[in-house]
Design a protein around this ligand. Structure first.
Ligand SMILES: [Zn+2]
Length: 172
């Protein structure tokens, strides 16, 4: 018998693993994201605790299913294309954080990530000059990996690196 994750995802391969909420609780709900643009299955599945099933406006689901597994709250299984995952990162945190909008770069991710990296680097340098210990330092190494991967055409590595950055961004 297929698992609920296999059924809800339309038996697609997992595209990316994300941690979108910093929460120590165990999930009690498996949130089914909106349907994929093409073909069967949900765009993403999110594991949430009771507190985070309300008020998580950035991850609007199509349905909530009970979950008695052991996944941590905030774990997201992303089944979208790499381009769609990168756009999601831009929408949810990268553009708000850096002001760099993919629409202004014709969706050329190498340029987007190059610009975003420059903005974060300048901000970290300012913090260092002011004698502050900026948490941005932790993100810069991963942004650099994402930037170079996108330049080499490897959007998978870029998306994985951004997923780590997304989690770090919750501490900023
Ligand atoms: Zn939670």
């Amino acid at each position: 018998m297929p698992s609920i994750v296999q059924e809800l995802s339309g038996h697609r391969d997992l595209g990316g693993l994300r941690r979108v909420v910093k929460c120590p609780a165990t999930a009690t709900v498996l949130r089914e994201g909106p349907a994929q643009d093409s073909g069967p299955g949900a765009a993403w599945l999110a594991y949430l605790c009771p507190a985070h099933t309300v008020g998580l406006d950035s991850w609007p689901g199509a349905a909530d299913h009970p979950d008695d597994g052991t996944m941590s709250c905030g774990t997201v299984l992303d089944y979208r294309s790499l381009e769609q995952q990168l756009q999601s990162h831009a929408d949810l945190w990268l553009t708000p954080l850096t002001g760099v909008d993919p629409a202004a770069h014709d969706g050329t991710w190498a340029d987007v990530l190059d610009q975003a990296d420059s903005v974060l680097l300048a901000r970290a340098d300012e913090a260092a000059a002011a004698g502050e210990d900026s948490p941005l330092q932790n993100m810069l190494a991963l942004m650099d990996v994402a930037r170079r991967a996108a330049t080499n055409g490897d959007l998978g590595i870029a998306a994985t690196s951004l997923a780590y950055c997304e989690t770090l961004a919750q501490s900023l």
